[in-house]
Design a protein around this ligand. Structure first.
Ligand SMILES: Nc1nc2c(ncn2[C@@H]2O[C@H](COP(=O)(O)OP(=O)(O)OP(=O)(O)O)[C@@H](O)[C@H]2O)c(=O)[nH]1
Ligand SMILES: [Zn+2]
Length: 343
């Protein structure tokens, strides 16, 4: 009895909070509308979302300025990396004090991850490449690299492989050298790095230049260390935050975009959610198409519904037989497909 009463009370409270929140949003939107109508906001400008906190965003304009903006009520689901149209409010001296985002530009692509209820939610947009980081220690399992590659291929964002901790690599390159050569032969860019030497990041900087990248990869491979080295200047990182967002830094786990002026305006988007990206759920077709060297053969099996297991006339099995598809990649494909049914 008392339990029911309590839950009704709780429900009432939740409804009340939601109603208040909606009312506040409506009021702010009303204010924005009248300010926009009164010309209190300046002309439309383009910008990029570099961090977001609910309905509040940090937007970087064409210059270096970062402006705390809020959203028009009709705009939902903006994420870090989105390109937006915004308008600035200025104080009497002409300094931009805040802004309002009025529209979102079309996305080139979007990275998604499941929320706690298992529904896919966007976490970042307009990314040029996914850097899959692995290391000499802990040694990578080829399956895991393939899994990341498949997940990257499914997003349509170009993957590249980064082998870190090459200071721990034996002189002859060992097995990893062979593994890298295999991925290079498939056409994937491969970069080797170390945070232990001054010049260890040169190749990485080159690969980052002029583009927007995200780092993904298993724990302990050195993603944080690489990012620390790329953004050595603390102020550069904090520079990505406008004044009041600094207070709330630890309360947000959303993605953040960093600019690296030293590398031809390379951009990095980082967040714990993105780092776990390889572990998203995929279906069998996505996995099959995610092995890029299979693409030439798909559709050429004798049976249209071929599962590429032991069917006669399977174009993939024949390609493995001929040595056109590496047996380890094929084994890895099997392994990943089989694991789909376990989750
Ligand atoms: N020898 C060597 N060690 C490195 C290198 N880069 C990073 N490490 C070490 O590897 C360990 C893990 O590095 P992190 O940067 O925390 O790894 P991470 O990928 O960010 O891990 P998560 O935060 O768990 O995702 C640390 O002890 C680093 O000091 C490297 O190039 N060479
Ligand atoms: Zn087949």
């Amino acid at each position: 009895m008392s339990k029911r009463k309590l839950s009704r009370q709780q429900r009432w409270r939740i409804e009340k909070i939601q109603a208040e929140r909606a009312k506040r949003a409506e009021q702010r939107d009303e204010q924005d509308r009248s300010k926009l109508a009164a010309g209190e906001y300046g002309p439309e400008r383009t910008g990029r979302v570099i961090a977001h906190f609910g309905r509040t965003l940090d937007v970087q304009g064409a210059g270096e300025e970062i402006v705390r903006c809020h959203l028009r009520a009709n705009l939902e689901g903006l994420v870090t990396g989105d390109r937006v149209i915004w308008r600035a409010a200025q104080d009497i001296e002409g300094n931009i004090v805040e802004g309002v985002v009025v529209a979102r530009s079309d996305r080139q692509n979007v990275l998604e991850r499941p929320d706690p209820r298992g529904q896919l939610k966007p976490v970042a947009a307009n990314i040029d490449q996914i850097l899959i980081v692995f290391a000499v220690e802990p040694a990578p399992h080829p399956n895991l690299i393939d899994r990341y590659l498949v997940a990257a291929e499914a997003t349509g964002i170009a993957p590249a492989l980064v082998l870190n901790k090459i200071d721990l690599l034996p002189e002859d390159g060992g097995e990893l050298g062979e593994l890298l050569a295999r991925y290079e032969a498939l056409g994937y860019p491969v970069v080797t790095t170390t945070t232990a030497r001054a010049e260890g990041l040169d190749a990485l900087l080159e690969c980052l230049a002029g583009r927007t990248s995200v780092f993904v990869g298993q724990s302990g491979v050195g993603k944080s260390s690489l990012i620390d080295r790329l953004l050595p200047d603390e102020s550069l990182r904090i520079g990505a935050l406008s004044k009041d967002s600094r207070k709330g830094t630890h309360t947000t786990t959303t993605a953040r975009l960093y600019r690296l002026p030293a590398a031809d305006d390379a951009e990095l988007i980082d967040s714990p959610g993105i780092r776990e990206f390889g572990l998203i759920h995929l279906d069998e077709q996505q996995v099959t198409e995610g092995f890029i060297e299979f693409r030439d053969y798909l559709g050429h099996c004798r049976f249209r519904d071929c599962r590429h297991r032991q069917e006669p006339g399977c174009a993939l099995l024949e390609a493995v037989e001929r040595g056109d598809i590496h047996p380890e990649r094929f084994a890895s494909y099997r392994h990943i497909v089989d694991s789909l049914n376990e989750t």
